[in-house]
Design a protein around this ligand. Structure first.
Ligand code: UD1
Length: 416
């Protein structure tokens, strides 16, 4: 429940990155032992990944923001549908399982709330490394005595496929070359963690990774990088409410595209060390964005940007070049008075003077973020339903927003 109209003011700490954590956790399967991940966000998705890994025999505990993982007794090599259907990132277990245990049975994830999301590149990559892969009864079933290094070229730059194949290749025999690898910061963080575990990886942070397989890896500890999407969402929250907010524990270089676009919209943004401060302008200027692979504007910020543009002083076009159908938030924004029209993979957003509170329905994680942002600026009360989506990727969002002066509360029954 949000009563809009309060400019956000103050300082808030950014949590660890969901998408980094979801890759680091399965990576721990590559070596037996105990791992500690500092700065792990307490999120529903981290809980889902924990349940999946526990079902295979891992012991996992989150205390404060330190995640401890014990990988000494992994007895099952299967990711059942019940887990994978809740979270597509579950497919990350494929590479580590085949690499360390020579077998994996992983449910196919199927579609997503906003459209098809294939895993063909993950499967092709693992096959290229010499595994036999069959699709049977809705499952990916993979076997390999020992994976073999290979030359892999991804036709599409994929975060998940790069992560999966990179993890698998660390224990392969020989050298693997991944071309058109994803360079998202979460992949770089994963690669650096694998190196800390004893992997040999060259080209980290570039789109050509060279991985020389090793016989064994060992446990390592790490600190999870800041969540650039949570940070971007809070910057938009400051901008849309006419506020002034400082984020701490943030990596501004991961946010270049978002910060540049916020400046184009009229915001004043200052980056100093691990802090980013934003001061909102009197009027938000319309700014076109095209969501693209890193370092482009993140698709995970597309819905939030659409909300900001909904109250800008003119018309803008928000295009998504990664997920063509990711506009489920638009009909809900329209219910709040936004003037947005979707044409193919673009939203034409004609800024309006005001949004008005109403009941709206979250359909997915980032859509729910965009609706909360709308609620923060809408007149009257906005009730965001199915807010559990937000808990997948934002740690205590209502508490953080409340600490910045937002009038927001969670109704009983909608708890994390
Ligand atoms: C990751 C992020 C997600 C983000 C997305 C794009 C995690 C857990 N999730 O998802 O939040 O929105 O990156 O930045 O890190 N593709 C294929 N075949 C495949 C795999 C992907 O065609 O086998 C296509 C997808 O349909 C999409 C594009 O590649 O068009 C990029 O998707 P990808 O980078 O793989 O996204 P995810 O890793 O699933």
């Amino acid at each position: 429940m949000i009563r809009g109209g309060k400019p956000l003011k103050g300082t808030v700490a950014v949590s660890g990155a969901k998408n980094a954590t979801l890759a680091l956790m399965p990576a721990a399967m590559l070596a037996p032992g105990t791992f500690h991940f500092a700065n792990t966000p307490a999120l529903r998705d981290v809980g889902t990944m924990s349940s999946l890994l526990r079902s295979m025999g891992m012991r996992i505990e989150l205390k404060g923001n330190v995640l401890t993982l014990d990988t000494k007794r992994i007895t099952k090599h299967e990711a059942p549908y019940e887990h994978v259907k809740k979270m597509r990132a579950s497919v990350y277990v494929l590479g580590p399982l085949v690499a360390r245990f020579g077998e994996a049975k992983v449910s196919l994830p199927g579609g997503c709330a906003w459209g098809p999301r294939p895993v063909n590149l993950h499967i092709e990559g693992i096959r290229k490394l010499g595994a036999t892969v069959e699709l049977e009864g809705g499952y990916i079933i993979a076997h390999a005595a020992r994976l073999q290094g290979a030359r892999i070229h991804f036709d599409v730059s994929s975060v998940g496929a790069t992560g999966n194949v990179m993890m698998a290749a660390t224990l392969a025999q020989g050298t693997t070359l991944i071309d058109n690898a994803a360079i998202e910061p979460e992949i770089t963080a994963l690669a650096e963690f694998l190196v800390a575990m004893g992997a040999r990886i060259d080209g980290i942070g570039t789109n050509r990774l060279e991985i020389e397989g090793v016989e064994t890896l060992h446990p390592a500890d790490c600190t999870t990088i800041p969540d650039r999407i949570e940070a971007g969402t809070f910057l938009v929250a400051a901008a849309i409410t006419g506020g002034s907010v400082t984020l701490t524990s943030v990596n501004a270089s991961h946010l270049s595209a978002v910060i540049a676009k916020l400046e184009d919209a009229g915001c004043t943004v200052r980056c100093e060390g691990a802090t980013v401060s934003l001061e909102a302008p009197g009027t938000i200027r319309p700014v076109d964005v095209t969501a693209a692979i890193y370092p482009g504007f993140p698709t995970d910020m597309q819905a939030q940007w659409t909300t900001l543009m909904a109250v800008a002083s003119g018309t803008s076009v928000v295009t998504d070049s990664i997920y063509f159908d990711r506009f489920k938030h638009v009909p809900e924004l329209v219910r709040l008075g936004a003037d947005v029209e979707v044409k193919e993979n673009a939203a034409v957003v004609r800024g309006v003077e005001r949004l008005t509170g109403a009941k709206v329905m979250s359909t997915d994680l980032r859509a729910s973020a965009s609706l909360i942002l709308a609620g923060l600026v809408a007149e009257g009360t906005t009730e965001v339903l199915r807010v559990y989506h937000i808990d997948r990727g934002y740690e205590a969002i209502e508490k953080k927003l409340h600490s910045l002066g937002a009038d927001i509360r969670r109704e009983a029954g909608e708890e994390f």
